[in-house]
Every structure is written in structure tokens, then in C-alpha cells.
Ligand binder design. Structure first.
Ligand code: F6P
Length: 319
């Protein structure tokens, strides 16, 4: 293989730039030409790609977002769109791809492979919801952003004796909520993986006041429901004063943490090496402090569960 390309797709996450940088520099070190595709699969269809070298990826390791841009493309979901994309890659002589993104982006890569393009995927999403890897690129930074917000909200919650609800991201999973909630000492953590009722939450909050707690932090994963709606129910049913903060996209930005930069760099190096050995249809995951190859069908079809031990511990420590 003489020419490869790198693409970031779907929702951005901190650490994508560190991954692109590593892909480019490892490729250059192996005398491989490397191209950057702009704005995800939409850019692949629009033939928006440019050759990169070691200098093009200088000064980006510390930046959030992705300097290649990213997008969610409707056209790519059609066979005609994908055929256009493949024709563009072939016209450039690009034989292999490193695809950095979440489950939708990795599913897209598999569809491209069915049209003859080899690829190795990297798990890039703040949600940490990809099977086969202990951590996804961007998760650690997002969790630290959420934790910083919880720490600040704790100050004002305690000053007023309020119930502070914090809604964090996680489209269909509770990893950010559980991890930031546990580290931030939340009293209640609501995640889509664990059923709950507002009656129980209200009872728990009243009991904790009776035990002497002056204020409460409730962390809600967006996939578990709306913190705004829950805040209204809690104040109506308990008489406790509630305030709600929806953290939103602030969790997607910011300088990547040490962990995310290292994870991105290590996974990217392995991805390029595997691609050069002719491997395809795999994702590089990180398990037990090792880079591992994960069949792409497993990565995109198996559901990654939350860590039940973390959930149990968060419950014990919230008493
Ligand atoms: O998948 C990452 C994520 O940030 C989710 O947590 C969130 O639900 C979604 O993306 C938001 O997507 P968008 O940026 O398209 O609104």
C-alpha cells in the first residue's frame, strides 16, 4: 500500500487531532503518502481532500475538534453516494483509510469496504459506547469537563441548600454520567441502562435531607430523560428547591487530556501499521492497557454495557 487517507466523521471529540497527527506521522515514517478528507463522508463524496505531511499536522495535538472538519452525511447512506465516494478515492489512488469516529462512522467504513476500500477504524466519541475498547478517544476529556462543572455546581448548590440536577451527554448510554457522577460525589446518578422512577428519587432526596444532607447533586445522562422535566417533578413533589444545568456541547470541546492524547496516538499508530500489513475491517481498541484488533462487525453490533461495579460503588458512596 502506497497511499492512504484519514477521515474524521460524525460528532467530533477531543483527541481527534492527536489521532490525525499520529496517522500522518506514522505514515510518513513508513514512506506512505497520506491524504486528509475534509468534513467526513460528505467531503469524500464532494472530492474534498488534500495531501498532508508532517508539517500540516503541527500545532494541533493540544486542540479539541478536528482540523479536517466532520459531518453527518445523508447522501453517504445511499449506495450512489458511497459509489461516488469510492470513485473519488480510487481516482486519487487511495488504497486504504483510517476512519476516526463513533458507531455510525465505523458502520459507514464497513459499507465502503464492501465496495473495495480497505480500512481500519478508531473509536472516536465522547460517549464511550463502542464495544471492544475500554475507552474511546474523547471520553476522558468529556468526563473531566463534566466533573469540573459538577464541582462548581456543588459550591452554589451547597450555598443555597438546593437540589442541583446536571444533565450530561450520552445519547443512549450512561458512561459519562456514571463516571463523572461517581468522581463528583453525586447523590443520585440516572442512566438509561438502569430503570428508575421519579417517586423513588423524590423519596431518596427527602430521606437524605432527614439524615442531615443540606443539598444534593443529581447527575442525569441525556439518554435517561430530561433533567429539566425531572427538576420540575422533584420540586412539585418534595417542595425542595431545584435548579438544572444542561451541559450540552461544552462537553465536546476543549484541549484533550493526557489520557486522550496518548490513547489517540497509540491507537492511530497501530491502525496505520495494520493497514500497511493489508488488514481491514477492524477497529483498534484499547483493552487492559493494550491496543487490540476488534472485528468491525463486533464493534458496531455488540452493545457495550456500563461497568456494574462502578454503578454499585456509586450507590454505596452516595449514602
Ligand atoms: O455521540 C456523541 C454525542 O455528543 C452524544 O453524546 C450526543 O447525544 C450527540 O453526539 C449530539 O450530536 P450533535 O452534535 O449532532 O447534536
Amino acid at each position: 500500500m502506497k497511499k492512504i487517507a484519514v477521515i474524521t466523521s460524525g460528532g467530533d471529540c477531543p483527541g481527534m487531532n492527536a489521532a490525525i497527527r499520529a496517522v500522518v506521522r506514522v505514515a510518513m515514517a513508513n514512506q506512505i503518502e497520506v491524504w486528509g478528507i475534509k468534513n467526513g463522508y460528505a467531503g469524500m463524496i464532494a472530492n474534498d481532500m488534500t495531501q498532508l505531511d508532517s508539517r500540516s499536522v503541527g500545532d494541533i495535538i493540544h486542540k479539541g475538534g478536528t482540523f479536517l472538519g466532520t459531518a453527518r452525511s445523508e447522501e453517504f447512506k445511499t449506495l450512489t453516494g458511497r459509489q461516488k465516494a469510492v470513485a473519488n478515492l480510487q481516482a486519487h489512488g487511495i488504497e486504504g483509510l483510517v476512519v476516526i469516529g463513533g458507531d455510525g462512522s465505523l458502520t459507514g467504513a464497513k459499507l465502503l469496504a464492501e465496495l473495495g476500500i480497505k480500512f481500519v477504524g478508531l473509536p472516536g466519541t465522547i460517549d464511550n459506547d463502542i464495544w471492544g475498547t475500554d475507552y474511546t478517544i474523547g471520553f476522558d476529556t468529556a468526563v473531566n469537563t463534566a466533573l469540573d462543572a459538577i464541582n462548581k455546581l456543588r459550591d452554589t448548590a451547597s450555598a443555597h441548600g438546593r437540589v442541583m440536577l446536571v444533565e450530561v451527554m450520552g445519547r443512549a448510554c450512561g458512561w459519562i454520567a456514571l463516571t463523572a457522577g461517581l468522581a463528583g460525589g453525586a447523590e443520585i446518578i440516572l442512566i438509561p441502562e438502569q430503570p428508575f422512577s421519579s417517586e423513588n428519587i423524590c423519596r431518596q432526596l427527602l430521606e437524605s435531607r432527614a439524615k442531615g444532607k443540606q443539598y444534593s447533586i443529581v447527575v442525569v445522562a441525556e439518554g435517561a430523560g430530561s433533567a429539566i422535566d425531572l427538576g420540575k417533578v422533584i420540586s412539585a413533589k418534595t417542595g425542595l428547591e431545584t435548579r438544572v444545568s444542561v451541559l450540552g456541547h461544552i462537553q465536546r470541546g476543549g484541549a484533550p487530556t493526557v489520557s486522550d492524547r496518548l490513547l489517540a496516538s497509540r491507537l492511530a499508530e497501530r491502525a496505520v501499521r495494520d493497514l500497511l500489513q493489508g488488514k481491514s475491517d477492524i477497529m483498534i481498541g484499547y483493552r487492559n492497557n493494550q491496543c487490540v484488533e476488534v472485528p468491525i462487525t463486533d464493534a458496531i453490533s455488540k452493545k457495550k454495557d456500563i461497568d456494574p461495579e462502578l454503578y454499585r460503588l456509586s450507590d454505596v458512596l452516595s449514602q
